[in-house]
Ligand binder design. Structure first.
Ligand SMILES: [Zn+2]
Length: 378
């Protein structure tokens, strides 16, 4: 028996189609929508009225129509109709910002609160987040949720930290935060949050490995536009792949992990990041030698992984803002020396979002979920 589609479902689908069209193409006129979506003008007029009444879209200026000499009202989405909060937990501080439906961030704040696995810490962080949210003066349904990034692996449902050696927070449960927060929240692995930001800014890339090269190294794998975490959440934990069994001890307790050769701390060994790169680009020979040594390790790490996945590698994290094309050329040259196969130079990219990517990425799952299903339940 065929199932019937109700008029309510058709109406909802049309509303979502029109909203999605304006989201992706705005500013647009009624005529643009009608032509591209093949919907009747009365249907569009009615849905635009509904969307405008709900505050989801607005008229902004006028746009040339095909009719000679006539201008039509231009429609765009209201970017802050819904927003999400991104929080990034670090050892010595935590960061908060607001992300709108266009993925733009605002009102970034940094709170110098040192992590501790105590109730007092959780309470303090949540008090700051609640005060921050109050200062936004949002209406009742405007805030979708709060994404909290953690430098560690989290369970698939975002409810628990399953491996958190950097902060010693293994086993930390989301419920300890949720009890003080009035909005839905979830944990995210920081590298996955960063990769989510990259995915947002590079929708043309369906598959890639994202390397979050900051004080510590992290990675995430994107497959078919989604983060792939594997059977136990260990997929792409690149940082703990052992490349030198007799190497220095990693924070994970094992020796010679990629973390010990390719993280920013392994490069800087205590030096100031900006100063190091300033001296490097001015031609300092000691810095250059250290840099090339570092890049050779990074090339080895990428090559080892690439022989398994043969995909695109996006170099992100704090390192991304310092990278130049000659560095990428050097990586290709080093990989060509190691790889048995004919080589291409089309798979190493510098991140498009080197700044605040983790904090923004922590909020983006809420934004993506809204955009996948924007029409209100009726
Ligand atoms: Zn390790």
């Amino acid at each position: 028996m065929k199932r019937a589609i109700t008029p309510g479902q058709i109406s909802r689908t049309n509303l979502e189609l029109i909203y999605d069209y304006i989201y992706k193409n705005g500013p647009v006129s009624q005529q643009d929508i009608s032509y591209d979506l093949r919907l009747s003008r009365p249907t569009i007029t009615s849905k635009l009225t509904d969307l405008e009444a709900m505050g989801m879209i607005k008229k902004e200026g006028q746009i040339s129509s095909d009719l000679v000499g006539r201008k039509a009202a231009a429609y765009i989405i209201v970017p802050d109709f819904r927003v999400a909060i991104g929080v990034e937990i670090l050892e010595k501080q935590f960061k908060v910002l607001t992300v709108d439906l266009n993925g733009s961030y605002s009102l970034r704040k940094v709170f110098p609160v040192t992590y501790a696995n105590t109730e007092e810490y959780v309470h303090t962080v949540c008090d700051h987040i609640n005060e921050y949210i109050e200062s936004l003066s949002l209406n009742k349904d405007q805030l979708l949720g709060i994404g909290i990034s953690i430098p560690g692996l989290v369970s698939a449902d975002g409810a628990e930290v399953t491996y958190g050696r950097i902060l010693d927070c293994t086993g930390l449960r989301l419920s300890r935060f949720q009890q003080y927060l009035k909005y839905p929240c979830r944990f995210l692995h920081d590298a996955a949050a960063a990769a989510g930001s990259e995915l947002w800014s590079s929708p043309e890339l369906p598959d890639f490995v994202y390397l979050n090269i900051s004080i510590h190294l992290g990675a995430a794998m994107i497959r078919n536009h989604e983060i792939f975490t594997g059977m136990h959440g260990y997929a792409a934990t690149f940082e703990h792949v052992q490349i030198y069994p007799d190497g220095p001890v990693c924070y994970c307790g094992k020796r010679g992990c990629i973390e010990m050769y390719c993280s920013l701390s392994s490069l800087l060994v205590g030096d100031d990041e900006d100063r190091f790169f300033e001296m490097l680009r001015q031609g300092d020979s000691v810095c250059r030698e250290r840099w090339l040594h570092y890049l050779r390790h990074l090339a080895r790490a990428i090559n080892n992984s690439r022989l398994l996945y043969d995909t695109v590698y996006v170099l992100g994290g704090y390192l991304a803002q310092h990278l130049i094309e000659q560095d990428i050329d050097f990586l290709y040259e080093e990989i060509e020396k190691m790889s048995p196969f004919p080589e291409y130079r089309d798979y190493i990219l510098i991140s498009k979002m080197p700044v605040h990517n983790i904090t923004i990425g922590a909020a983006l799952p809420y934004i993506n979920e809204f955009l996948d299903n924007p029409a209100p339940d009726t």
